[in-house]
Write a protein that binds this ligand. Structure first.
Ligand code: PHE
Ligand code: NA
Length: 433
C-alpha cells in the first residue's frame, strides 16, 4: 500500500473540512427549504438540531477517522468491527445519489456565471431558470461540473484544493454581506425579515416539531454528515488537534454562512413579491436574478457571486467524490485516476434524470438527506455511543485535556436522545419516499 498523503499545511485540514461543509447546502438549499417550510419556525428547528445532533455527530466522525486513519469502510475493518462496514456502504450510496444531483445544481451555477456576464437572466429571471435548470443545458453543464470535480480528485488531495477553500469562504461571506446590505434598503425587506426571523409564538412548538425531519436532513446535508466525509478527512489528521475546537469552528462558519444567505435572500423574495412557498429549487436563483438586474454594477457582482458559489460547490462536491474514491482505491487497489474517471462517469449517468425533471431532483434530494444520511448518522451514533465509547472518549480527549466530563455527556447524547430522534426522522423519511 502506498503512503497516505497528508494535508499540506497545518490548517489544511480545517480548510478542506470547511470547504466540504460550506456549499450549495448553505446558499441554495437552506434558503429555499426555509422559504418552503414557512420561515422562522424552520430556522429554529434547524439551529437546535445543528447544535444538539450536528455537533455530536461531527465529533463521532472525527473520532473514528483519526483513530483508524482509514476511509469510511476500511475504518471499521481496522477496528475489527467489520459488520459496521454497512455504514460505509450507506455512505458511499449516499455519495452517489447526492453528487449526481449536486453536480446538476453545480451546472446551473456555471450557467449563471456565464449569464451574469451576458445579462441573459436580467429581463426574465424566472424564465431563464426554466431553460437553465432542465433539459439539454442542464445535462451539458452537469457534465462540465463533474469534469471539474473529477479533475481535482484525480490530481490528489494536496493540489490546489486548500488554496481554493481559503479564497472561497471569505469571498462568499463578503458577497453575501453586500447583498444583505442592499436587500435591507428594499421595500418589503421588513416582511422578509419577519418571515425569516420571527416565529409565531402560538404555533412555534408544534410547527418546529413537524419540521424536525426536514430540519434534520438539512443539518446533515449542510455539515456533510452521515456519509463518512468527516471520517475520511479526519483520517489524515494529526494527534495534536482538539477535535472539539475543530468541530465547533466548522459548525460556526457553516451556520454563519447559511444564516447570512437567508438574510440576503428573504428581502429580495418579499420585495419581488415571490411566494416563498412555491419557488422550490429555483427560489434562490430567481430571487437573486432580479437582485442582480437592479443592483448597481449588478452583472459584475453577480458574476463574482456565482464564481464564489461555484468554488463553494466544487470543494463540497470534491469531498463527496473523494470519499468514494478513497474507498475504492484503498479497498480494491485500483489506481486513483481511472477509478476517479469511472466513478464520476457512473455518477453523471445516475444524475441525468435529475437534469431532465426537477421533480426527480427533489426525490433524490429527499432520499439522500432524509433516508441515507440520517440512516448513516443513526448507525454512527449507535456505534460510537454503545460499541466504541471507551476508545472514542480517549480519542476525544487527545489534543485537548480536561474534557472528560463533556465527553461523557457527548456519549450519552449519542446513546439515547440522538438515536431516538434519528429513528423518528428516518421513519418519516422512509414514509416520504
Ligand atoms: N455540505 C455540503 C453543502 O452544504 C454538501 C455535502 C453533503 C457535502 C454531504 C458532502 C457530503 O453544500
Ligand atoms: Na453546508
Amino acid at each position: 500500500m502506498s503512503v497516505r498523503e497528508t494535508w499540506a499545511t497545518r490548517i489544511g485540514f480545517i480548510l478542506v473540512a470547511t470547504g466540504s461543509a460550506v456549499g450549495l447546502g448553505n446558499i441554495w438549499r437552506f434558503p429555499f427549504l426555509t422559504a418552503e417550510s414557512g420561515g422562522a419556525a424552520f430556522l429554529i428547528a434547524y439551529l437546535i438540531l445543528i447544535v444538539s445532533v450536528g455537533l455530536p455527530l461531527i465529533l463521532a466522525e472525527f473520532v473514528i477517522g483519526r483513530r483508524t486513519k482509514r476511509n469510511v469502510v476500511g475504518a471499521f475493518d481496522e477496528l475489527g468491527r467489520s459488520n459496521w462496514k454497512i455504514v460505509g456502504g450507506i455512505g458511499a450510496l449516499a455519495g452517489f445519489v447526492i453528487l449526481s444531483y449536486y453536480s446538476v445544481v453545480g451546472g446551473w451555477v456555471i450557467q449563471y456565471i456565464i449569464a451574469s456576464i451576458t445579462g441573459a437572466y436580467t429581463s426574465d429571471p424566472a424564465a431563464y431558470f426554466e431553460t437553465a435548470s432542465v433539459g439539454t443545458n442542464a445535462v451539458v453543464f452537469d457534465a462540465l461540473f463533474m469534469g471539474f470535480v473529477a479533475g481535482i480528485v484525480a490530481l490528489g488531495i494536496r493540489n490546489g484544493l486548500e488554496r481554493a477553500a481559503k479564497f472561497m469562504v471569505p469571498s462568499v461571506v463578503v458577497l453575501l454581506i453586500v447583498l444583505s446590505v442592499y436587500g435591507a434598503t428594499l421595500d418589503g425587506s421588513g416582511a422578509g425579515y419577519a418571515f425569516y426571523l420571527s416565529p409565531d409564538p402560538a404555533t412555534l412548538v408544534s410547527d418546529a416539531i413537524g419540521l424536525l425531519p426536514d430540519a434534520a436532513g438539512q443539518a446533515f446535508f449542510t455539515l456533510s454528515l452521515g456519509m463518512g466525509v468527516m471520517i475520511t478527512y479526519a483520517s489524515y489528521l494529526g494527534e495534536d488537534r482538539s477535535l472539539l475546537n475543530d468541530s465547533l469552528l466548522i459548525l460556526v462558519v457553516d451556520t454563519f454562512i447559511a444564516l447570512l444567505a437567508g438574510l440576503a435572500i428573504f428581502p429580495f423574495l418579499f420585495a419581488e413579491g415571490i411566494d416563498p412557498g412555491t419557488g422550490g429549487p429555483g427560489t434562490v436563483f430567481v430571487a437573486l436574478g432580479t437582485a442582480f438586474a437592479e443592483l448597481p454594477a449588478g452583472q459584475l457582482v453577480g458574476t463574482v457571486f456565482y464564481i464564489a458559489l461555484f468554488m463553494a460547490a466544487l470543494t463540497s462536491a470534491f469531498s463527496i467524490l473523494e470519499v468514494i474514491v478513497a474507498y475504492v482505491t484503498e479497498t480494491f487497489g485500483f489506481e486513483r485516476k481511472p477509478a476517479t474517471v469511472g466513478i464520476a462517469g457512473v455518477i453523471f449517468l445516475i444524475g441525468i434524470p435529475t437534469a431532465l425533471d426537477i421533480n426527480v431532483l427533489n426525490a433524490y434530494d429527499v432520499l439522500a438527506n432524509q433516508v441515507l444520511l440520517i440512516g448513516g448518522g443513526l448507525l454512527l451514533a449507535i456505534f460510537v455511543g454503545w460499541f466504541f465509547a471507551g476508545e472514542a472518549l480517549e480519542e476525544f480527549t487527545t489534543g485537548s485535556d480536561g474534557l472528560e466530563g463533556l465527553g461523557t455527556v457527548w456519549i450519552w447524547l449519542l446513546r439515547i436522545p440522538i438515536t431516538v430522534l434519528l429513528l423518528y426522522v428516518l421513519y418519516n423519511g422512509v414514509l416520504a419516499t
